[in-house]
Design a protein around this ligand. Structure first.
Ligand code: GLN
Length: 538
């Protein structure tokens, strides 16, 4: 039977609960335990798929096509495990399930209430059998509860987490509460009061934390630790500092040094085996000691919120670690690229250009100018999903001379719909109707893609509605654009690349969801490699 760790947050949001949960996953895994990370989000959307990136940041997609919270991405990157729909449950999903049961008469005439029905449904998800790949059964299930203790919305989730202790027994259940320990510079003191209040609030909801984890600017001194232990009702060894780190990838190392693994093993009556974090330490070392810098222009429309492109940013970083290069991202607002001269001026210092995914027509013409600049000047270009569609539109307009070529997403009346909907596609419902999750892609011999992957076929994750229109295939291939990856079942174009160019490639899928710090995605790796070469060539 699995043991359970619940991570709640207090005082303020954005303390890095997701990174803490991911770090704990890595630490326990490095001690030889199988782990599964899960997240519960208290909002009423069924999933984050319908939310604007400005609301929510990136939507992370799993192999099975679930549109999930971006923390699921952190879990996958830290623990190396592929997760699924069951890894992320929202209040909306829970309510929908309860309503469906009610309509079917499953409550046998009873009144349906938040307690016990909503909490009961949450509990079912918390206790649900694991869906880890390869039939792996987790020793520890780490569950992050979204939101902050004291929010009305998170109450049912906290209540469900409280009950789990009685389902599985106290030795199989551990509660971690993450709070903020503000440092008042003027008086040189760490202030414990917000934490005391937050822990009281949690206790008021029936949960006594086993471990209190504190975000702090400076190391926690012994006196403060004793004070916190006393007021939070835990031993001093269960007060774990969580110091600010230069990179999120250093957090697990710092947390392990701070005694997190030991404290969790003690709370769960698990043997505290030595952690094997050597390889991870090497990655952080390489990250902190780059031999060169490479500038990548990221041309998009959500650039004010970096979290909107989180996995792309992480993937560039992983590729940089591989090449021992610090990837410096230049955030380019596509709307500001108003003409060829503006594009050239803005992009001239870039060693590579990346156009990531996106929806809607804002900034599209600027992205097309960026693709044109990269193609005409031999600058490495990587187009992801929308970025691949942009690359196709640019090529159709400026090489094939198809004036007004476009995607029917932006211009339904275009005379040359190089990107279009597949016939029969549902466009009335917005939620969950995209082409989602993993699909096969067969690679063409002798292409950049084939070379990057080093094998003939791959599976990649998708999240899009529009496709390359095969009616234009011949025109593209005859004029220097090669189709290097195709979906073998539906004959859909998955990867295109420019033949007479150092490295210009677009993929319809999202490779960023599969890149890991220790295993950079082959396409990101080779794109950054090409940017390094471009820089060396001056
Ligand atoms: N908007 C495009 C589509 O739906 C691209 C989506 C994306 O980049 N994720 O096909």
């Amino acid at each position: 039977m699995a043991k359970y760790v619940f991570i709640t947050g207090g005082v303020v949001s954005s303390l890095g609960k997701g990174i803490a949960a991911a770090s704990l996953g890595l630490i326990l895994k490095s001690k030889g335990y199988q782990v599964e990370n899960r997240k519960f989000d208290p909002y009423l959307n069924i999933d984050p798929g319908t939310m604007n990136p400005y609301q929510h940041g990136e939507v992370f997609v799993t192999d099975d096509g679930a549109e999930t919270d971006l923390d699921i991405g952190h879990y996958e990157r830290f623990t190396g495990t592929n997760l699924s729909q069951s890894s992320n449950t929202t209040a909306g999903r829970v309510y929908r399930e309860v309503f469906e049961k009610e309509r079917k008469g499953e409550f046998h005439g009873g009144t349906v209430q938040v307690i016990p029905n909503i909490t009961g449904q949450i509990r079912e998800h918390m206790l649900a059998k694991s869906a880890l790949p390869d039939g792996i059964t987790p020793d520890v299930i780490i569950t992050e509860v979204g939101g902050t203790v004291g929010d009305i919305e998170s109450l049912p989730f906290i209540e469900a987490a409280r009950q789990i202790k009685y389902d599985v027994g106290p030795e199989n259940c551990c509660y971690i509460h993450l709070t903020l320990l503000p440092y008042l510079k003027k008086i040189g003191e760490l202030k414990t009061k917000p934490t005391q209040h937050s822990v009281k609030e949690l206790q008021g909801q029936g949960i006594q934390p086993d471990i209190v984890m504190l975000r702090s600017e400076i190391p926690i001194d012994d006196a403060t630790r004793e004070k916190l232990a006393l007021y939070c009702n835990v031993p001093a060894s269960a007060i774990i500092q969580n110091l600010n780190a230069r990179s999120i990838y250093e957090v697990p190392l710092m947390m392990e040094d701070a005694g997190l693994g030991q404290a969790v093993c003690a709370a769960l009556s698990l043997e505290d085996r030595p952690s094997q974090l050597g390889e991870w330490r090497n990655i952080v070392e390489r990250l902190y000691h780059p031999k060169r810098r490479v500038a990548i222009a990221l041309v998009g429309k959500y650039i004010d919120l970096r979290d909107a492109y989180l996995s792309v940013v992480e993937s560039l970083l992983h590729a940089g670690v591989f090449h021992q290069a610090e990837v410096v991202i230049d955030w380019v607002d596509a709307e500001k690229l108003t003409g060829p001269a503006a594009a050239k001026n803005r992009l001239k210092n870039a060693d590579g250009v990346i156009v990531p995914g996106g929806f809607g027509d804002r900034g599209i013409e600027g992205m097309i100018l960026a693709a044109r600049y990269a193609r005409e000047n031999g600058v490495p270009y990587f187009g992801i999903c929308l970025g691949m569609q942009i690359m196709s539109i640019e090529f159709a307009r400026n090489v094939l001379g198809l004036k007004g070529a476009h995607s029917t997403e932006m211009n339904p009346a275009t005379p040359f719909p190089v990107i279009a909907l597949l016939p029969g596609k549902n466009t009335t419902d917005i939620g969950g109707t995209l082409r989602l999750g993993k699909y096969e892609c067969v690679l063409t011999e002798g292409t950049l893609a084939r070379k990057a992957y080093g094998r003939g076929g791959v599976w990649e994750r998708h999240r899009h509605r529009y496709e390359f229109n095969n009616a234009f295939l011949d025109g593209f291939e005859g004029r220097g654009m090669e189709i290097s990856g195709v979906n073998p079942r539906q004959k859909l174009v998955e990867i295109i690349e420019a033949k007479n160019h150092p490295w210009m490639l677009g993929c319809q899928f999202h490779p960023e969801f599969k890149s890991r710090p220790d295993r950079p995605h082959p396409l990101f790796r080779d794109f950054v490699g090409a940017a390094v070469k471009n820089q060396e060539a001056g």
